[in-house]
Design a protein around this ligand. Structure first.
Ligand SMILES: Nc1ncnc2c1ncn2[C@@H]1O[C@H](COP(=O)(O)OP(=O)(O)OP(=O)(O)O)[C@@H](O)[C@H]1O
Length: 673
């Protein structure tokens, strides 16, 4: 770094600014930005980056930059984005910048055909080129391939995944086309039941997925298989003010035919406790707005009107979803059963409780105002109203002392306990319905004569918010595993190849994250195991769990107490309220208050017995094989289930060749120079 050299210097709002070095101090470099002559910005040596000779020349592959660093890479993306070139390579990796509008001619049939059979780099960077490379490698090397699509919420992962899916099924489908259509149609269904409006994305996927597209001996698409991970359950019962529950709830309220609406006692989202604390507006177009009856509109909708999005329309999308279910082979009765389950969740949510005043045993009862909801929920579940009432306000346990050991006793629940049992039931019903939808999709896209597959992984990237809970912990653990895989497969193997070929390439340095993974998953002292151990105690406590994590891992480089954080907000968290993990992508402070509750996938026995007694065939079916826990220990570990799923996923990824990773960055990451 010499005086007078053109460099990028960090800037609070622009990311980096271009300027010239005017002074070199012992610790800092002073740079005069070109757009503010006479002023200087001081920065540490390792945050100033050499700039390219030509400021406005972009390249299709970041590796072609003379100086490849954080600033030149971002500037290159920015220059290309300004010219509507949203895709850029970094060798085999594709970076996509979300344009948030339809870039003309980018995904036409002609464009799709153009990329077929072309080597990477022959045509401008495109998600189609990555899809085609995967296909050709699979064909030539006769080994399954995978594409990892990663990025933060709203980055465009799901849209990219859909383009790849469409590309492969349309370019390399068999001539019959029915399976391909069902594979593509699985998306609107998954989105109806698994996507929701969040503050970051109107159509945010609240689950991760791995879609396998299977090919036969002639390399034509012959089926598919979808695995899903970690559906966000908390959203089913409550959402923040500007967010919504899963799309299907609003689509049923807005777009269901009148007879279905009557049969399921639907109406405006205002009617339902699980919807009316969040945003209750519908996504509509000018046309669909006209079809909306007054009695389906919420107060907020009447006041503020529709929400608009190019791909969402709650009125239209009910029919889209209904048709997609039909194409899976579901009769109108089957579809009605699915909608009934969704309605059960809504009506259950309206069953409120109040403390019993006339009873010495304590406990709560169903609030008088909720009697009608109780009746509707019972009717839809297919049980007697009194049976539902009893199951919600008490729990069955096996006696361990007094009376005959092992006999079942009924323990009355307090109001807050009954509320959380009701919510647990609603969450369990909905998430099992989601599992069922995925099972039905998989049944409709069988891959009997598969030879190889291309796997598309669409899963949330590394997350950290002001408050991070069990969901962030799981997703960040997953990202650590993916990062390790990436290090092993891409960096290590590439280096071995360079050495083998005698290429004099500088050794790539990366931080090994095995220790972080170990902190989370090692037997007995790992965070997952400590959490499960705590959950098995007679009275599990978040503060005790948190201290166990600290005490078992005192010297661990990756773990510390929040008060040692650089951020003030973390320093306010007590040692027994959370922990800080130094992840590969940065330190995250986890609040442990709800870890125990969120890690427990068990329903208490009275609710499980209720389902077993139900006359609703589909409801019983989706709970088939679920454990009933009648003892003191009412615990099924969600963490263990997720870990087991990840083991399978990693095995699948390891069995595939040459992973292409489409790393997506949202527009907000683009700096201005
Ligand atoms: N290539 C694209 N062209 C045009 N618009 C796009 C493109 N990719 C994404 N978008 C827009 O951005 C929105 C968010 O994209 P998407 O749902 O794919 O993000 P995501 O990364 O999957 O987010 P989440 O993790 O929240 O599910 C889309 O609904 C669409 O409006």
């Amino acid at each position: 770094m010499d005086g007078g050299k053109k460099v990028w210097v960090p800037h609070a709002t622009d990311g980096f600014k271009l300027g010239r070095i005017v002074d070199i101090g012992a610790e800092l470099i002073s740079v005069e930005p070109f757009d503010a002559p006479g002023t200087t910005i001081n920065a540490a040596y390792d945050r100033c980056f050499p700039a390219e000779e030509y400021d406005n020349k972009d390249c299709e592959d970041n590796c072609s930059l003379m100086y490849l660093n954080e600033a030149t890479l971002l500037n290159n993306l920015r220059l290309r984005y300004m010219k509507n070139n949203i895709y850029t390579y970094t060798a085999n990796i594709l970076i996509a910048v979300n344009p948030y509008y339809d870039v003309p001619e980018l995904y036409t049939t002609e464009c799709r055909k153009k990329y077929s059979g072309k080597s990477l780099g022959t045509l401008p960077p495109h998600v189609y080129a990555i899809a085609d490379k995967g296909y050709r490698d699979m064909k030539v090397m006769k080994v399954s391939q995978s594409v990892i699509v990663s990025g933060e919420s709203g980055a465009g992962k799901t849209e990219s995944t859909k383009y790849i899916l469409k590309y492969l099924t349309e370019n390399y489908g068999s001539h019959a086309g029915a399976i391909e259509q069902r594979i593509v149609e699985s998306n609107p269904l998954l989105e109806a039941f698994g996507n929701a409006k969040t503050v970051r994305n109107n159509n945010s996927s609240r689950f991760g997925k791995f879609i396998e597209i299977h090919f036969d001996g002639k390399n034509a698409v012959n089926g598919g298989f979808i695995s899903h991970y970690l559906l966000e359950k908390s959203r089913i019962c409550v959402q923040s003010k500007d967010e919504r529950n899963y799309h299907i709830f609003y689509r049923m309220c807005a777009g269901s035919p009148d007879d279905l609406k009557e049969k399921l006692f639907l109406g405006s989202p205002d009617m339902f406790h699980y919807l009316n604390r969040g945003c209750t507006q519908y996504f509509c177009t000018k046309d669909s707005e006209k079809k909306l009856n007054q009695n389906r509109k919420s107060q907020q909708y009447l006041k503020s009107g529709s929400l608009h999005d190019t791909i969402l329309d709650d009125v239209r999308d009910f029919s889209v979803c209904d048709l997609a279910l039909e194409h899976l082979g579901m009769s109108s009765q089957d579809r009605f059963s699915v909608y009934t389950i969704v309605a059960i969740v809504l009506h259950l949510g309206n069953v409120a409780f109040e403390e019993k005043h006339d009873d010495t045993k304590g406990g709560c009862c169903v609030a008088a105002s909720a009697e009608k909801s109780l009746q509707i929920a019972a009717t839809l579940i297919g049980v007697d109203k009194e049976e539902l009432r009893e199951a919600l306000v008490s729990r069955v346990m096996q006696a361990t002392r007094g009376g005959v050991k092992g006999t079942a006793i009924k323990v009355p629940l307090k109001t807050y306990e009954a509320q959380s049992a009701r919510d647990a039931l609603a969450k369990s019903i909905y998430s099992k319905l989601f599992d069922y939808i995925v099972v039905r999709i998989n049944k409709a896209i069988p891959f009997s004569s598969s030879v190889n597959f291309i796997g598309l992984l669409d899963i949330a990237g590394f997350e950290y918010f002001q408050e991070n809970s069990f969901e962030q912990f799981c997703i960040n653990y997953c990202n650590e595993k993916l990062q390790q895989f990436f290090n092993e497969r891409i960096l290590k193997e590439e280096q071995i190849l360079y050495d083998k070929e005698g290429l004099n390439v500088k050794k790539i340095q990366w931080t090994d994250n095995a220790d972080c993974i170990e902190l989370i998953e090692i037997k007995s002292s790992g965070i997952f195991d400590l959490l499960d151990e705590e959950s098995k105690l007679p009275t599990p406590k978040p503060d005790h769990f948190t201290m166990e994590v600290h005490n078992h891992n005192k010297q661990h480089f990756r773990l510390s107490v929040p008060r040692k954080s650089k951020l003030k907000s973390h320093r306010d968290v007590r040692d027994d309220e959370g922990f800080l993990i130094k992840h590969f992508a940065g330190a995250v402070c986890y609040h442990t208050g709800q870890f125990i509750e969120k890690n427990n996938d068990a329903l208490h026995a009275s609710l499980m017995f209720l389902i077993q007694d139900s006359q609703n065939t589909l409801l019983k079916q989706i709970f088939e094989g679920s454990q009933v826990t009648t003892g003191k220990l009412n615990f099924i570990s969600l963490g263990s289930k997720f870990r087991a799923q990840l083991v399978l996923l990693m095995e699948k990824l390891k069995s595939t060749e040459h992973v292409r990773r489409a790393q997506l960055e949202p527009g907000s990451k683009i700096m201005t120079a």
